[in-house]
Design a protein. Structure first.
Length: 274
């Protein structure tokens, strides 16, 4: 809990110092949620565990849920409330709570994007996802993969142990900003060379092709996210398989594990009917 609170506080410093609105594009949200679509959300009760500043919820509301609740441990809920207050819809709620302990009334869909890998115990976060799904409901998660991230693990993790103890503004402007410059140039170069034989073997090839469409501010946001948190775990496919197989309440015929951009996993399924 202590590590999770530190992580939540660190991300709150990130989220609460961003411009209003979602930091993510509609296409990015849609990609993260796939294979789920608007049809899986429309008219349903939805829960997001680890909602940050509400960036995901802003897009989810366009999918017309009956109700959506966002849960976060940190003061990022302040910016989440401000962001969502600008919407015409009133079918949302923000709750400050430890997601690993949260137990709601049950939801048709529970999702957690980019959060489980920052928890002191990611499995407890996944257990909370399943616990909050109604019988017959769906769940969906996205996490950093161990596969495809060897360069990040070797270079960023040692630096994170230092930068996560610095003032947020120093980490963002003194470390993340200059580091984002070569990251930005590398991704743009990889994208420009795509199609040339052998280029696909470069580190983070698929990820660079995807992120190369974003501007420098987003590159800095990604670098800052990596450096500000005191806790990140890179999760391999075998671990996800064990999580899914280890829950008697999960319909094993409904599960899926999908690699995204060569360095992350999307996975989900359905809870068994009562």
């Amino acid at each position: 809990m202590l590590t999770d609170q530190r992580t939540a506080d660190a991300f709150a410093n990130s989220w609460n110092n961003l411009p209003a609105g979602s930091v993510y594009t509609r296409d990015q949200f849609t990609d993260w949620m796939s294979p789920l679509t608007a049809a899986d959300v429309a008219g349903r009760q939805v829960l997001e565990l680890g909602c940050g500043n509400g960036s995901q919820m802003l897009h989810l509301l366009d999918w017309k849920p009956a109700f959506v609740e966002g849960v976060d441990l940190g003061d990022a809920i302040l910016s989440a409330c401000k962001n969502l207050a600008g919407r015409a819809e009133e079918n949302w709620k923000i709750t400050k709570s430890d997601m690993t302990a949260f137990c709601g009334a049950g939801y048709d869909l529970v999702y957690s994007i980019g959060v489980l890998h920052h928890l002191d115990c990611p499995k407890e976060g996944f257990d909370a996802v399943i616990r909050n799904v109604k019988p017959g409901g769906r769940f969906h998660c996205w996490v950093y993969a161990e596969e495809g991230n060897s360069l990040i693990i070797k270079l960023v993790d040692p630096l994170r142990k230092i930068t996560s103890h610095l003032p947020w503004w120093l980490t963002k402007y003194g470390v993340a900003t200059p580091l984002a410059v070569p990251f930005f140039l590398y991704a743009k170069t990889v994208a420009a060379l795509a199609g040339i034989s052998g280029v696909e073997k470069l580190p983070l090839y698929q990820y660079c092709r995807w992120i190369s469409n974003r501007d420098f501010r987003f590159f800095r946001h990604v670098a800052f996210d990596q450096l500000v948190t005191p806790q990140t775990v890179y999760i391999n496919r075998a671990t996800i398989e064990s999580w899914l197989a280890g829950h008697a309440d999960i319909d094993q015929h409904s599960t899926y594990i999908i690699m995204r951009n060569g360095n992350s996993w999307k996975f989900g399924g359905k809870r068994k009917e009562a």
